[in-house]
Design a protein around this ligand. Structure first.
Ligand SMILES: [Mg+2]
Length: 305
């Protein structure tokens, strides 16, 4: 059941609205704008019905506040008021309310408008999710990675936190595809992605499909030793899946990993750090694959084998 928040200082009005909608929605009621704002932040509402005239903060002010916060800014807001004049309606819509309902309201119209906006919001969330997710593996796609990496880099620069990026790819994947066919290759990509993401579950970990059989991961806050060891375990976990490869080249499907840990500063650019990780991946391949090569904060190399 989708969740709707009603913010209205009038207990009578709020309960009228609630009774109209509670059959189809999970309704929460706030009787003050402050309580409404706090509840909206805790979240996951698909719609907010907001009374305009309230003591203290009015509905327009609350609407502005909701739109300033990342968690609440995309949730559709329908304004409800008895101020049946054009000026107020205009103010509300310009501020970003999706609709405007004037009291006394017709229950069927309220229901119909609410249904429409909840449906539109749910489509929008679905499209946003799909545009950021790799279809084959269900992990983040390149687009999400581009947005996320830029944001995390800035955050680490500001907070002076260690930032690790690592590139890895499936060893001898072209040969795998040539031997077993593309559908089997797709399954391998999905299995590897699932295995790796199960090892990157902290809120500070990020993992995406970079393209083809290539992946990229970001770790925030860990030094190079910890990150290096973590990815040794990830690499081992992929090997332990025991997905048979062409026996003439390797018993199992494996991955090679190239990583870098830096503490970002103004003279350092993300692109050059990523390039370094890519060079380390190339090194890992050259040295025999199925291994991790890492560059530390002091520009020393850690090699697994
Ligand atoms: Mg009121």
């Amino acid at each position: 059941m989708e969740k709707i928040l009603i913010v209205d200082d009038s207990i009578l009005q709020a309960s009228k609205l609630k009774s109209i909608l509670e059959e189809e929605y999970d309704i929460t009621v706030a009787h003050s704008p402050e309580a409404g704002l706090n509840l909206a932040r805790e979240g996951h509402f698909s719609l907010i019905l907001l009374d305009v005239v309230m003591p203290g903060m009015d509905g327009f002010t609350l609407l502005k506040k909701l739109q300033e916060e990342i968690i609440t800014q995309n949730v559709p807001v329908i304004l409800i008021t008895s101020l049946a004049d054009v000026q107020n309606e205009q103010t509300g819509l310009i501020l970003g309310a999706v609709d405007y309902i004037i009291k006394p309201f017709n229950p069927l119209i309220v229901k119909a408008r609410v249904n429409t906006h909840v449906k539109l919001y749910s489509y929008r969330k679905q499209i946003e999710y799909q545009s950021m997710t790799d279809q084959l593996t269900g992990v983040a796609n390149r687009r999400q990675y581009d947005l996320h990496s830029a944001q995390k880099w800035k955050e680490c620069l500001r907070l002076k936190l260690p930032f690790s990026v690592c590139m890895f790819d499936i060893d001898r994947f072209k040969l795998y595809n040539d031997t077993f066919g593309h559908p089997a290759g797709d399954k391998v990509i999905a299995s590897v992605a699932k295995c790796v993401s199960s090892h990157l579950r902290r809120s500070t970990d990020f993992f995406a499909r970079y393209g083809g059989e290539e992946f990229v991961a970001l770790l925030v806050g860990d030094g190079s030793d910890k990150s290096f060891n973590h990815f040794k375990a990830v690499r081992q976990a992929v090997e332990d899946l025991h997905i048979p490869h062409d026996p003439s080249v390797a018993p199992w499907v494996t991955v090679s990993v190239g990583g870098v840990t830096v503490v970002p500063n103004e003279d350092l650019h993300y692109d050059s750090v990523l390039k370094m990780a890519d060079t380390m991946l190339y090194d890992a391949k050259k040295e025999g694959r199925n291994r991790v090569v890492w560059v530390t904060e002091n520009m020393k190399q850690l090699r697994e084998k």
